[in-house]
Design a protein around this ligand. Structure first.
Ligand code: BJW
Length: 230
C-alpha cells in the first residue's frame, strides 16, 4: 500500500467483536430507558444518578479482562506504525481499545469513558475508577459540577478544527464500523470527497451513507481490517 495522507473514522462496529455492544444493536435502550434519556444534557439534568450509573456500568465493562482490543484495532495500530504520510485516526468511540492496541495519532471526538468534565470550567480530568458521588471538583471546588466527559446530542464534538484540517488535506478516507446516522461524523465522507480523496467504507453492512463511498468492503472488522491492511 502507498502512503497518502489518510483519515480513518471508526465507530461502535470496530469494538463489537471485543464484546462492546453497538448503539443501534441495543435498540437505543438501556434498562428500559431510551438512550436519549441518559445520553443528553437534559437527561443528566433530570436524573444525574441514573446517568452516572449508566456510565459506571460501561466503565466497569472496560475493566473486564475479557474486553480487549481485537484484530481490527490491532490492524489499525500496525498500519499507523508503518505509515509515512499524514495519519489521523478519529474515533467516535468512548472506549479505550484503540490506545490499548497501540494507536497514537488518535482523537476521541465523542469524549472518553475514563475522563470526567467540569461543567463549570470545561476542564477535563482523567478518571481511574467510577465517578465518586458528591465529590468536589478539583478545579473550582464546587460539588455537582462534575459529569461524564461524553459528547451528548446537541453538544459540540471535540477536536473539530483538527479533524476538518486533516480532512482538507486527506487523500484517502476510510470509515469503519459506523452506521452514518450521527453528525458531524456522518458528513466527513463528503468533506473528504470535496478534498479529492479516495473513500472506502468497511462495515458489516452498508451504512446510511454507503452510496457516497467509492469503494466498499463488507464483513466483520476483525476479518476485513487485517485483510485490507495486509
Ligand atoms: C460492524 C460490526 C462488526 C456492527 N464489524 N462493523 C438533523 C440532521 C443532521 C444533524 C442533526 C439533526 N438533528 C440533530 C443533529 C445533530 C446530532 C445528530 O447527528 N443527530 C442525528 C441522530 C440526526 N448530532 C449532534 O448533536 C452532535 N453535535 C453536533 O452536531 O454539534 C453541532 C455541530 C455543528 C457543526 C459542526 C460540528 C458540530 C453530537 C453527537 C454526539 C453523539 N453522541 C453519541 C452518544 C454518546 C453517549 C454514549 O456513548 O453513551 O455517540 S450518539 C452514539 O452514536 C455515540 C456514537 O459515537 C455515535 C455513532 O454511532 P456509531 O458508532 O455509528 O454506532 P452504531 O451503533 O450506530 O453503528 C454501528 C455500525 O457498526 C453499524 O453500521 C453496524 O453494521 C456496524 N457493525 N458490528 C464491522 N463486527
Amino acid at each position: 500500500m502507498s502512503h497518502p495522507n489518510i483519515v480513518i473514522l471508526t465507530g461502535a462496529g470496530i469494538s463489537a467483536e471485543s464484546g462492546i455492544r453497538t448503539f443501534r444493536a441495543s435498540d437505543g435502550l438501556w434498562e428500559d430507558h431510551r438512550i436519549e434519556e441518559v445520553a443528553t444534557p437534559e437527561g443528566f439534568a433530570r436524573d444525574p444518578a441514573l446517568v452516572q450509573r449508566f456510565y459506571d456500568m460501561r466503565r466497569a465493562q472496560l475493566r473486564d479482562p475479557a474486553i480487549a482490543p481485537n484484530a481490527g484495532h490491532l490492524a489499525l495500530a500496525e498500519l499507523e506504525a508503518g505509515w509515512q504520510g499524514d495519519f489521523l485516526l478519529v474515533t467516535q468511540n468512548v472506549d479505550n481499545l484503540h490506545e490499548r492496541a497501540g494507536s497514537k495519532r488518535l482523537l476521541h471526538m465523542h469524549g472518553e469513558l475514563q475522563s470526567m468534565l467540569c461543567s463549570n470550567s470545561q476542564q477535563r480530568f482523567p478518571l481511574l475508577e467510577d465517578m465518586p458521588v458528591g465529590q468536589a471538583c478539583a478545579c473550582c471546588g464546587l460539588v455537582g459540577t462534575l459529569r461524564p466527559d461524553i459528547v451528548w446530542f446537541g453538544e459540540m464534538p471535540y477536536h473539530m478544527e483538527r479533524i476538518y484540517d486533516a480532512l482538507e488535506q486527506c487523500e484517502l478516507f476510510v470509515s469503519i464500523g459506523t452506521s452514518g446516522h450521527v453528525y458531524p461524523a456522518a458528513g466527513f465522507v463528503e468533506q473528504a470527497r470535496r478534498a479529492g480523496a479516495h473513500t472506502l467504507e468497511i462495515n458489516l453492512e452498508p451504512s446510511q451513507g454507503h452510496s457516497l463511498f467509492a469503494e466498499k468492503r463488507y464483513g466483520p472488522a476483525t476479518e476485513e481490517l487485517p485483510r485490507w491492511v495486509a
